[in-house]
Design a protein around this ligand. Sequence first.
Ligand code: ADP
Ligand code: MN
Length: 176
Amino acid sequence: MSSRTHGPNILLTGTPGTGKTTLGTELGPQRTGLNYINIGDVAKEEELYDGYDAEYHCPVLDEDRVIDELEEAISNGGNVVDYHSCEFFPERWFDIVFVLRTDNSVLYKRLEERGYTGKKLSDNIECEIFQTLLDEARESYKPEIVHELQSSTPDQMEENLENIANWIDQWKASHP
Ligand code: ADP
Ligand code: MN
């Protein structure tokens, strides 16, 4: 097990639009002292891509290079990682995994507002209906470290923030 000098590593995953970036940003350095890492942004900045997906009109993530890029920072601990997939990360990276969930009608509106239409919109709604990311997380990590979080309302967002911040405090207290 790698040394978690800077605290625990937390993964925030879930269907696009469920609130990972909002939650992760709020959990960032100010509130918890943890470093926030948005995998999509890192890939963009460092151009960690391997080809282009013609169906979804987006570049394909070069997963191996993403892992190489982040390995050192993650092994020191103290990170909140945000991505809409989780199976390719090394299992040892994360101490806890949160899967954000949103009611279908709420998610539909959020993705429409983001400009999603047609197949991209319906595929993402289907992904949420079939709890694809929850199953992926449970298959990729020990089920006991995988937690589902409801993220349909601002109250739930606030509750999730408080619960995760408390979990971080407890983790730090038990890993002096
Ligand atoms: P993701 O990073 O998972 O794609 P975002 O954090 O970008 O999702 O959130 C998508 C949109 O939904 C944003 O406009 C955000 O403000 C809103 N949102 C996310 N979670 C909630 C919530 N629990 N309650 C209300 N609005 C939310
Ligand atoms: Mn996001």
